[in-house]
Design a protein around this ligand. Structure first.
Ligand code: ADP
Length: 536
């Protein structure tokens, strides 16, 4: 009885075939840094991607080889995603904000063969070339030298060819997690996992994409597979608007001009947009119906602001290892009965697992003990599903344990209705007198002080309590803060025993290449910290 239905291989090229066939005239708009724009369509993207597969073959690049990109968001970059996978190669998006040593490690580990890059990264590319011996071909997306750019490279081909076919479990894309510890690790997505992830992300609780959607993916295409939007958008037949610059004024301008309905970006992007609207007296672009936000926790103030303006908020949690969507803040069944404040509180949590993802929390000290979904007990968050990493690229052992669960490194509480609430990272949580203190909650409470620009909490050794929290604070200019000011402020916000005995003041906090605070560096800097906490 096995196999009574057709074999229809889940390859990502089916997504662009579908988009070109069913929504061929739906536009893809690129807005360039100089204010000019280029317009193409899904049919145009497919044709150019087919031409790219011919150009790839002409270089002697074989299926399975890695084609890297180092670029911002524009239609050429989108074409190259489909062109690389359509040639049977593995698309590898590189983050230009990483440090040289990380880019050196990642490119060599991936053994990239081709690099497609934006002219604005030309100096970086020149500097790194001697350290990237595996790359044999460099192609600039927007070269100003005649006959040297991407358009010329694919221009000599007619697109009269077919995609490379293969198994749906073949790899199609490689993304490295920069991580805050150790070397970056590569996550190798499959065609099948990518298509399933795209189908899931169209649904209402996730991206709610359809043919009427006009999407502005502000999330860079090099960040966590751009949250899968280039694949999902093709399945939906959505119009895409790309802005090659990430400036709130430009984002507002294109949102208004192209009547954008959905934007996707990290919290700082949305904060910047709201600040821009406040400064200029401009309203939130009226066409905007939905804000997709992830990468780190979405602050309540931003959620409330958008919701009060009638904009739906889709707060997503995920990581490179989960393709990246792991949960999404869809509305609960009793949504209409909730007060506005309660709705904002629900959206501030990380939502629930869509079909295809399973979540559980286990005891931080005893991972064999699965914790109840009681809304109270925090534990190590584990995840499994068809788009969750099993084994890192070139790793000998599985990243998931024997039961097939991947340890996210996040600490979370699961509520009885399945809502996920992140409380910390396992490496950052502070254990004091046998009880856990959430560094994230301490930091959030600290930045609520009007004189605090940025704050981080780490555990420092303590003879009696094992660890005590150390709060490291960057004061806003003109604010002379003391440790007592912070402690007084925190008293109303966190448990008494969480209040840090020590507060250190610094001029700046160290950040990773993806803009997160580097606790690893802070732990190193404050390894021998014994100090007093008066302001510097
Ligand atoms: P990304 O590059 O998308 O940030 P990473 O794999 O580098 O992906 O980081 C994933 C981590 O970011 C998660 O494990 C979690 O700690 C944090 N994160 C992502 N989304 C959220 C969210 N909505 N709320 C809180 N933390 C989040």
């Amino acid at each position: 009885m096995l196999g009574a239905m057709q074999d229809w291989t889940l390859r990502v090229t089916a997504l662009i075939d579908h988009a070109a066939r069913e929504y061929g005239s739906r536009e893809i708009v690129s807005r360039w840094a100089d204010g000019s724009e280029t317009r193409t369509t899904w049919a145009g993207v497919r044709h150019d991607a087919l031409r790219m597969t011919q150009a790839v073959r002409a270089l002697g690049i074989a299926p399975g080889d890695r084609i890297a990109t180092l670029a911002m968001n524009h239609h050429h970059h989108l074409i190259s995603w489909y062109g690389a996978v359509g040639a049977g190669c593995i698309l590898h998006t590189l983050n230009p904000r990483l440090f040289d040593d990380q880019l050196d490690y990642i490119v060599n580990h991936a053994e990239d063969r081709v690099l497609l890059f934006d002219r604005q990264w030309a100096a970086l590319v020149e500097r790194m070339k001697p350290r990237w011996p595996t790359i044999t071909h460099y192609i600039c997306f927007d070269s100003d030298e005649p006959a040297r750019g991407f358009a010329d490279w694919i221009g000599g081909h007619d697109g009269d060819t077919a995609w490379v076919s293969g198994d749906e479990r073949d790899p199609c894309m490689l993304c490295y997690t920069s991580g805050t510890t150790g070397h970056p690790k590569g996550v190798l997505y499959e065609h099948r996992s990518t298509v399933l992830h795209a189908m899931m992300s169209l649904t209402l609780p996730v991206f709610a994409l359809d043919t009427r959607s006009v999407v502005l993916p502000i999330v860079p295409m090099f960040h966590a597979a751009s949250w899968g939007l280039p694949w999902a958008g093709a399945a939906a037949g959505a119009k895409f608007v790309y802005a090659a610059v990430n400036d709130p004024a430009v984002l507002c301008e294109v949102m208004v001009r192209e009547a954008v309905t959905t934007g996707a970006g990290v919290p700082t992007v949305w904060l910047g947009l709201l600040q821009h609207c406040d400064q200029t007296g401009q309203p939130i672009p009226p066409s905007l119906q939905q804000v997709i936000c992830g990468g780190s926790a979405m602050p309540r103030s931003i959620i409330a602001r958008f919701m009060a303006s009638g904009v739906r908020v889709a707060h997503i949690w995920g990581m490179t290892e989960t393709s990246p969507i792991g949960s999404t803040g869809g509305e609960t069944a009793d949504w209409d009965d909730l007060s506005f404040d309660k709705q904002v509180a629900v959206k501030a949590m990380q939502g629930r697992a869509p079909f295809g993802v399973e979540l559980r929390c286990v005891d931080l000290d005893d991972p064999a003990r699965v914790l109840p979904r009681d809304g109270l007990t925090a534990g190590a968050l584990q995840v499994r599903g068809p788009w969750v990493v099993k084994r890192y690229f070139k790793a000998a052992v599985d990243a998931a344990d024997a039961q097939g669960w991947f340890d996210t490194g996040d600490v979370a509480v699961l509520h009885p209705d399945g809502t996920l609430q992140l409380t910390d990272r396992t490496k950052d949580v502070i254990k004091s007198g046998g009880e856990w203190i959430s560094s994230v909650e301490l930091e959030n409470a600290a930045v609520g002080h009007p004189g605090v620009a940025e704050a981080a909490a780490i555990g420092i050794p303590h003879p009696k309590w094992d660890e005590r929290p150390l709060l490291i604070v960057v004061a806003k200019p003109g604010h002379a803060l003391t440790g007592d000011d912070l402690r007084d402020h925190l008293r109303g916000h966190v448990a008494r025993w969480w209040i840090p005995d020590e507060v250190a003041f610094v001029d700046a906090l160290p950040h990773t290449g993806t803009g997160k605070i580097s606790k690893k560096d802070l732990r190193e800097t404050f390894r021998d910290f014994r100090g007093s906490d008066s302001a510097q």
